[in-house]
Ligand binder design. Structure first.
Ligand code: GLN
Length: 206
């Protein structure tokens, strides 16, 4: 089984570990550089991106993680994890570090006050068997994507308002990210997609 880590500095670590395990991965928390070295893929959970950025530095993980991502480590970021993976984050603290593994610009806390948290059904490219329930918690959205980035999901246009049609799931090579929290629903189809990607990457490296 591929070894898949969950960055365990903050956020919903246990839920991600359970979902990955259910998809047949050997799932492990990652807090130290040596633990990062041992994984074939990494989930970056939601939480608070400014805090996560500081904790990455404090735990000596920022540069090792950048190096592994640059070398093609499969990664899956949710919410704050998406913000960290992005090339640029609008409305982030100026000292917040970006991992730059996704050629996207995200807008932090994009949905605004009135809809800080909400749920909606999403059609996600590559996920079969009907819509995915998107749980959004003070979520970002993707403001723009570079070439080489696939859009996997958007807020339905029937929603109306400024969020309508906004990009909320993307993929670029081995890196994927969702503005919502797939670990909150008991539906492991997105984790399954990611674990499949990790398996491909492990097979290609043999
Ligand atoms: N609003 C948070 C941030 O900016 C993200 C929220 C989340 O991960 N649920 O980092």
């Amino acid at each position: 089984a591929p070894t898949v880590g969950v960055l365990a500095l903050q956020g919903n670590v246990a839920e991600h570990l359970d979902a990955l395990q259910a998809c047949g991965a050997d799932a492990r928390p990652v807090r130290r550089p040596a633990e990062l070295d041992a994984v074939d893929g990494l989930v970056l959970p939601g939480g608070e991106s400014t805090t996560l950025s500081k904790l990455l530095v404090a735990f000596d993980l920022l540069e090792p993680l950048r190096a592994r991502l640059a070398a093609g480590l499969p990664a899956f970021g949710s919410c704050a994890g998406m913000i960290l993976l992005a090339r640029e984050a609008i409305d982030a603290r100026p000292d917040q570090h970006q991992l730059g593994a996704l050629d996207v610009v995200v807008r932090r806390n994009a949905f605004g006050r009135q809809v800080q948290s909400f749920e909606t059904d999403l059609t996600v490219t590559g996920v079969r068997g009907g819509p995915v329930r998107g749980v959004f918690i003070r979520a970002p959205w993707v403001e723009s994507v570079g070439r080489g980035v696939d859009v996997l999901a958007r807020i339905p246009s029937s929603t109306g308002g400024p969020a309508s049609g906004k990009v909320v799931a993307v993929r670029q090579g081995p890196v994927m990210a969702t503005a919502f929290h797939p670990e909150q629903t008991g539906d492991a189809r997105l984790h399954d997609l990611f674990v499949a990607r990790v398996r491909e990457s492990v097979a290609a490296a043999r």
